[in-house]
Design a protein around this ligand. Structure first.
Ligand code: NAP
Length: 277
């Protein structure tokens, strides 16, 4: 039997924790496959993906800055990836290259895991950010029946563009947060603010109800200032690491044939790596 091989393709990509995640599952399930890192500059992505099979790969993850281009290069694109405008998981079926965006299911599965029933009240949601990650979050929330999603972004034109996804989505400025937060049942940070090496996320949570759930996509640090402050005032919180782990499961299943489980042990392993323990 041939050994199944997959990889993560990015530029730069050395920081990726995907090899650790997939390596853990390969070991856990006693599989002979491999998952490695491929640093590919943007101008070489097309040639790399066209020769995926020749290089011995049955599929790959793509990460920054290739997520949009990968969508264009794939032969078949899922409805989710098309709506989000980006792909992160690719696999070959014969000669055909398929693409999906599993950040969406990863975001939803993380919330399902951490707070079952979180989606019973989605009358009013606030999403900070309008980049690729925010697009996936909004698409996921719409699929769970969100009635109104306010996308707050520095660049309003980008938020306006995201609002075109559906009439239930509207664009807003940071200065409007004071009015948008009181009725919100869910607040999601999908900006890169608060990530180590990035500017602080400056937000006053005072108007937010204590029952609201606060989710951060940022996972370095694991406990962002947003989550620390939200927890301190009594809100339930969800960190970004769970999303990272859950977005990996569909790809692993496609490439290696087993639907893997996100275990506490795996979470602890990656958390320790993030925290440099
Ligand atoms: P992106 O496309 O570059 O978007 C960045 C977003 O952050 C934009 O909305 C941008 O606003 C905003 N932003 C950046 N700097 C800002 C500043 N100084 N002031 C105000 N707003 C600022 O990035 P992305 O791919 O969407 O990723 C966003 C975050 O999600 C990253 O931290 C990433 O690591 C995280 N993420 C996590 C997971 C996970 O599995 N947990 C998955 C995907 C992404 P403008 O449009 O105004 O520039």
């Amino acid at each position: 039997m041939t050994v199944r091989r997959a990889c993560v393709v990015g530029w730069p990509v050395r920081h990726s924790r995907s090899p650790m995640i997939h390596g853990y599952w390969l070991h856990q399930y006693g599989l002979e496959g491999s998952y490695d890192i491929q640093e590919v500059p943007p101008e070489d992505l097309g040639a790399f993906l066209r020769t995926l099979q020749a290089r011995g790969y049955c599929g790959c993850n793509v990460t920054v800055p290739h997520k949009e281009e990968a969508l264009r290069l794939a032969d078949h694109v899922s409805e989710t990836a098309r709506a989000v405008g980006a792909a992160n998981t690719l696999w070959l079926d014969g000669e055909t290259l398929f693409a999906d965006n599993t950040d969406v299911s990863g975001f939803l599965a993380n919330l399902d895991d951490a707070h079952p029933e979180w989606d019973t009240d989605l009358a009013h949601v606030v999403v900070l950010g309008a980049g690729g990650a925010a697009r996936g979050v909004v698409w996921g929330l719409l699929s769970r029946g969100a009635k109104r999603i306010h996308v707050v972004n520095r660049n309003l034109a980008r938020a306006d563009e995201l609002a075109r996804l559906d009439e239930r989505v509207s664009a807003a400025r940071w200065s409007e947060l004071g009015e948008l937060l009181p009725p919100a049942a869910l607040l999601v940070n999908a900006t890169s603010l608060g990530m180590s090496g990035q500017p602080k996320l400056e937000i006053d949570l005072t108007p937010l109800a204590k029952q609201a759930l606060v989710a951060d996509l940022v996972y370095v640090p694991l406990e962002t200032e947003l989550l620390i402050e939200a927890r301190r005032r009594g809100n339930r919180v969800v960190d970004g690491l769970g999303m990272l782990l859950h977005q990996a499961t569909p790809g692993f299943e496609r490439w290696f044939g087993i639907r893997p489980v996100v275990t506490r042990e795996l979470r602890d392993l990656i958390a320790a790596d993030i925290e440099g323990r």
